[in-house]
Write a protein that binds this ligand. Structure first.
Ligand code: DAH
Length: 341
């Protein structure tokens, strides 16, 4: 009788205590393999009269599930304890750190390199404020209200005081320095700036600049050019070439933009330099006498040069980073690559 056989296996299962992985496998074969006792009962099931099929079928299925559960539970238990026994743990050891060492952010690495390069030729470092008044950020730099050049820099204004802005350029630090110190002045000002730009691989609403300023009695455009050549070769290698193209900034006259020979293809032409052999890295010029006057410096006695560069741009060129957003996402897989820098 099939029901009797089902009952017997139930009893056997209830009494069973599996002692090892091997035993669990033996029982699986005994009951559940193709020729196993429970599997064979499904053959007998075909002979059960139709009116009993529903009831017997239920009993048979319950039995199968019970056997499977018992065997699987035993297997899991032995698997787990097997793993445990094989692990030789010294609980007195200090835990392994997730990442061996922290690392400097690539922007900090390059910022420090820029500072070191300019320190060597006598430039000090000056700090400025990130929330700035309109006058220091624009007006003192020859960019009065309604000046078209304000459009070049999409500004974040501070809601509670429309006179205040998130600085759009570190050039604002120039103004503070000149108000506080008389020449000779030789300083660079690294820091964060903000612009209301849509975020993409090439633009961000926050980034970093370094401003440079040199004011003395005899400063010429040749001094500017030589200083920037020195910087480019220190930063990108001795074979780096520079070229200055005439440009426009409200606070310098004359103004220029500086390109360096492409660091990737060395001037032959590639995607990075858009096949021109040159990449732009900064703006510069001779400080406009009106800016000196605005800041309380005798423009008849003094001259100066200024320059400003984006740290992200320099870093992207130096380390071939293709997407600006990576600098602000703090993805550990990106940051880890700078551990030795
Ligand atoms: N402030 C300019 C900008 O954000 C960069 C710049 C250009 C700074 C020329 C300068 C300069 O000091 O002389 O685009």
């Amino acid at each position: 009788m099939i029901q009797e056989k089902i009952n017997n296996i139930h009893k056997e299962l209830d009494a069973l205590s599996i002692q090892s992985m091997e035993q669990a496998e033996e029982y699986r074969i005994k009951w559940l393999s193709k020729k196993g006792e429970i599997s064979l009962l499904f053959e007998d099931f075909k002979l059960v009269p139709n009116d009993q099929k529903k009831m017997v079928g239920q009993l048979l299925n319950d039995l199968k599930v019970k056997a499977q559960t018992k065997i699987n539970e035993a297997k899991e238990q032995f698997e787990f304890s097997h793993e445990k026994n094989n692990e030789q743990k010294d609980l007195t050891l200090p835990p392994l750190p997730l990442y061996a060492n922290g690392s400097k952010h690539p922007i900090s690495v390059v910022k420090n390199q820029i500072i070191a390069i300019f320190n060597k030729i006598g430039f000090t470092v000056s700090d400025g404020k990130e929330i700035e008044d309109d006058w220091h950020n624009f007006t003192a730099l020859n960019t009065p209200e309604n000046h078209p050049a304000r459009d070049m820099q999409d500004t974040f204004y501070v809601n509670i005081n429309p006179e205040m802005v998130l600085r759009t350029q570190t050039s604002s630090v120039q103004v503070h320095i000149m108000q506080k110190h008389q020449p000779p002045i030789r300083t660079i000002s690294p820091g964060r700036v903000y612009r209301n730009e849509a975020i993409s691989a090439r633009a961000h609403c926050q980034f970093h600049q370094v401003e440079g300023l040199y004011i003395d009695e005899k400063v010429s455009f040749a001094d500017l050019k030589q200083t920037l050549l020195y910087f480019a070769t220190e930063m990108f290698g001795a074979d780096t070439k520079i070229r200055l193209r005439p440009s426009y900034f409200p606070f310098t006259e004359p103004s220029a933009e500086m390109d360096i020979s492409c660091t990737i293809c060395k001037g032959d032409g590639c995607n990075v330099c858009k096949h021109t052999g040159w990449v732009e890295i900064l703006g510069c010029g001779m400080v406009d006498p009106q800016v000196l006057i605005n800041c309380g410096i005798d423009e008849k006695k003094h001259k100066g040069f200024a320059f400003g560069m984006g740290i992200e741009r320099i870093t992207m060129l130096k380390y071939q980073v293709k997407d600006l957003r990576l600098f602000f996402e703090n993805d550990i897989r990106f940051l880890k690559q700078f551990t030795s820098a």
